[in-house]
Ligand binder design. Structure first.
Ligand code: SAM
Length: 234
């Protein structure tokens, strides 16, 4: 049950809540992101891009593309990229990086086997129905296509976890709230970790949706994670 002072939305209201929140913070999203991760998020993105080992001619969908950081990384490699996001204001910031569509990961407006790869950064916690998103990603990937996910994580080491807890639970809402002038959005961020599947559940969800060769790479002293998997060749 939801705690009284929690900013997490009621079940069923998550998608409009998340859309409105990202619409509100789109203008300051990039600067807060860089500050919050000390710029490390860009290195994590580059790491995921390397670990996906894509052909330079690959057709890539960046799901929940936000302001377009992954689109930029893929375009720099000369790949054909498409971005999809729920928030119109976030998409406005990404428009220089490629064709974009406003939509939801739970019902992708693309045909079967349309892409060689799908990437997604910091979005798992925000999806209203992650299992439905995985079903859709599996459908739009060609057999053997690659899914790469970047998401926050809870550090395994107790000391790092405690320090990270103070930083993520107190500093991030304070600084994010001040810069964006939206305190509830930056309270949502640490609280939304409650939506994060455990390592085991993540693997299980991927496998149940037809993904194979699942790999998890911990980065940032365990504060973030990369998940790479392939659509099985049926
Ligand atoms: C934390 S931001 C991440 C943006 C970008 N991927 C990045 O790495 O910086 C999460 C994004 O997920 C989008 N989002 C949330 N739920 C979504 C859904 N169901 N379908 C598509 N996009 C969604 C939000 O609008 C937001 O732009």
């Amino acid at each position: 049950m939801k705690q009284n002072d929690s900013v997490l939305p009621d079940e069923g209201a998550k998608q409009p809540y998340v859309r409105d929140m990202f619409d509100r913070i789109a203008g300051t999203y990039d600067v807060v992101n860089r500050l919050m991760t000390f710029g490390l998020d860009q290195g994590w993105r580059a790491h995921l891009v390397r670990e996906m080992y894509l052909d330079p001619k690959a057709r890539v969908l960046d799901l929940a593309c936000g302001t377009g950081d992954f689109l930029k990384a893929w375009s720099a490699k000369g790949m054909q990229v498409y971005g999809l996001d729920l928030s119109y204001r976030m998409l406005e910031k990404a428009k220089r990086y490629g064709p974009l569509v406003q939509g939801v990961g739970e019902a992708l407006p693309f045909g079967d086997a349309s892409f060689d790869a799908v990437s997604s950064g910091f979005a798992v916690r925000n999806f209203a129905d992650f299992a439905a998103v995985l079903t859709e990603v599996h459908r739009v990937l060609r057999p053997g296509g690659v899914l790469g996910i970047l998401e926050v994580a809870t550090p395994k080491s107790r000391l790092v976890r405690e320090l990270h807890g103070v930083y993520f639970g107190s500093m991030v809402p304070l600084v994010g709230g001040l810069i964006s002038a939206d305190r509830s959005a930056y309270r949502y961020l640490p609280e939304s970790v409650a939506y994060l599947p455990t390592d085991e559940r993540f693997r299980q969800l991927l496998q149940q949706s037809g993904f194979t060769q699942v790999r998890r790479i911990s980065v940032g002293l365990g504060a973030a994670q990369l998940l790479i998997a392939r659509r099985g060749v049926e």
